[in-house]
Design a protein around this ligand. Structure first.
Ligand code: ME8
Length: 512
């Protein structure tokens, strides 16, 4: 049986259309999901939308729509975007679904039965844009007296009856949990931030609201709706069929990885494991917080209105190039400023020149000089051949390590190191000159190049599924031999290859 791997994106608020920031998280998860499948795992990959909460209710009211109809419409836009980005999610969850309401109600009942939730009343600050409660000392003031959260969102004073989760009781248990599970929060700088936040002391958390209706009613007290974050976080459990232990996907819990933006790490790394442990449920294994795409110095966001339209990018540059660029340009975890120039540069240098030309040169030499059949490796490999093949053969092992740390740009750098070495190899060996002088040697060199290209294309499939499928077609690799494990079996000598075609065109900016 294949080992299981369960990873998730955040579920996105449906208060506006998706942008590059959302696509980024989802693409990163997709790359990882595809890699894990390629590497022999049974993968559950969840994404979806966060339909409830005051912020969504407000957006629906502003659009003059009933919240259900509004969320139906925007949730569909997120679902379509996932399709257009080539996302291989195995499920798409919405918090308005019946399965989710049932899971949340059950989690609430368990927390209540364990006396982890009690009724009180909340008087404090709340920022609707963040759907988050803030302490007085976290806020700053504008000259007009408006109070501002660290995120820049406006905070309002709220007084209402509320249920509370006994978060204050979880400080030591959380700290112990982080210590025993050093990989639970990544990157390390974020882990340290979370630990110092928890060390600073935790207050009980308000987990229900009475001032609006758009949420899941609290069991046995329908005047309250559940706090949108308790509702939203539970989605990860819902999708595994919770509370049914016999559900087909039940074996995927605990999740292997929640990928989130750094804005929502606290919810995932503090509240979520506390809720779960309090209900006697295993916490997830890891939470990775990536950085932000910024524009004009500010986080790209629907609320700020400085967003980049992913569909436009894909129309201009192609899906694979966009996926490659966002994974390559910025180390996962860091912030990045989006520049079209940098995207064009990467397309032309790394895709068209480094990889595209290498492939085109090698395959056209094979087409012309080897009757379009895969040449034999033959005996008597030179030191240069052996080193070149060894570099390509080392890729899966190296990439496995990078993927398990979510170090996507390191994984790509590793592959490009091999591509650059292969370009140097072809120039050094000059197979075009060997045709007359030493045809056996020419065949050897071309076969080394074909094998290196196969290794490269195989491990790049998660990043650029379409382009790499075309490249593997041209290399004569059958559909059933494209997994990591298949690299152990060389293709038969003499495999017929189709006529070579360019995989990555150069991008030339239209001169206006
Ligand atoms: O927070 N750069 O939903 P949300 C990078 N519903 N990533 C970005 C980004 C940017 N500029 N902008 C958004 C919510 N993201 C909650 C989540 S989960 C149980 C509930 C990505 O619509 C990033 O992953 O505000 C961020 O965490 C997420 O979108 C927030 O999406």
């Amino acid at each position: 049986m294949k080992p299981k791997y369960y990873l998730t994106t955040p579920i996105y608020y449906v208060n506006g259309a998706p942008h590059l920031g959302h696509a980024y998280t989802t693409i990163a998860c997709d790359v990882l999901a595809r890699w894990k499948r390629l590497d022999g795992f049974d993968v559950m990959f969840l994404t979806g939308t966060d339909d409830h909460g005051q912020k969504v209710e407000k957006a629906a009211a502003e659009a003059g729509m009933d919240p259900q109809a509004f969320t139906d419409r925007i949730s569909a836009v997120f679902q379509d975007l996932a399709g257009r980005m080539g996302i291989s999610n195995t499920d798409f969850i919405r918090t308005t679904q019946a399965r989710h309401k049932a899971a949340c109600s059950e989690l609430w009942r368990r927390l209540r039965a364990a006396d982890e939730i009690y009724l009180g009343s909340y008087a404090g600050w709340y920022a609707v844009r963040d759907e988050a409660f803030y302490d007085e000392d976290e806020l700053t003031s504008r000259p007009d007296g408006t109070r501002i959260a660290p995120s820049g969102a406006v905070a309002e004073w709220v007084t209402e009856p509320s249920y509370f989760f006994r978060l204050s009781q979880w400080q030591d248990k959380l700290l112990k949990f982080y210590e025993e599970n050093p990989d639970f929060i990544a990157p390390a700088t974020r882990r340290n931030e979370v630990i110092s936040f928890v060390r600073g002391g935790l207050r009980d958390l308000s987990v229900s609201r009475t001032s609006f209706r758009w949420g899941i009613p609290v069991p046995d007290d329908p005047a309250h709706v559940m706090y949108v974050w308790l509702d939203a976080l539970t989605n990860y459990l819902t999708a595994t069929g919770f509370p049914d232990p016999e559900a087909p996907m039940a074996g995927f819990w605990p999740a292997d990885l929640h990928v989130v933006g750094k804005d929502i790490l606290r919810f995932h790394a503090v509240y979520w494991p506390a809720f779960l442990m309090a209900a006697g449920i295993a916490p997830p294994k890891r939470v990775f917080a990536h950085g932000w795409w910024v524009a004009g110095g500010e986080k790209m966001s629907k609320s700020v209105g400085n967003v980049i339209d992913v569909d436009e990018l894909v129309r201009s540059f192609g899906l694979d190039a966009v996926r490659f660029f966002v994974m390559r340009e910025v180390p996962f975890g860091n912030d990045g400023d989006f520049h079209r120039k940098a995207l064009i540069q990467r397309i032309n240098t790394e895709l068209a020149n480094d990889l595209g030309n290498l492939c085109q040169r090698s395959l056209s030499l094979i087409a012309r000089n080897c009757e379009g059949r895969l040449p034999a490796r033959g005996a008597g490999a030179s030191e240069d051949d052996v080193a070149m093949l060894a570099a390509a053969e080392a890729l899966p092992g190296l990439l496995r390590g990078h993927f398990d740390r979510q170090a996507f740009s390191d994984a790509l750098e590793e592959v490009w190191r091999v591509i650059r070495a292969a370009n140097a190899y072809i120039d050094r060996q000059a197979p075009w000159a060997l045709r007359k002088t030493d045809p056996a040697r020419m065949e050897m060199v071309l076969r080394v190049l074909a094998d290196v290209l196969r290794g490269v294309a195989t491990v790049l499939q998660p990043f650029m599924p379409d382009a790499m499928a075309r490249m593997l077609d041209q290399l004569g690799v059958p559909d059933y031999a494209r997994a990591v494990a298949d690299l152990a079996n060389p293709l038969p000598d003499g495999t017929p290859l189709p006529a070579p075609q360019g995989v990555f065109p150069r991008y030339t900016e239209e001169v206006v």
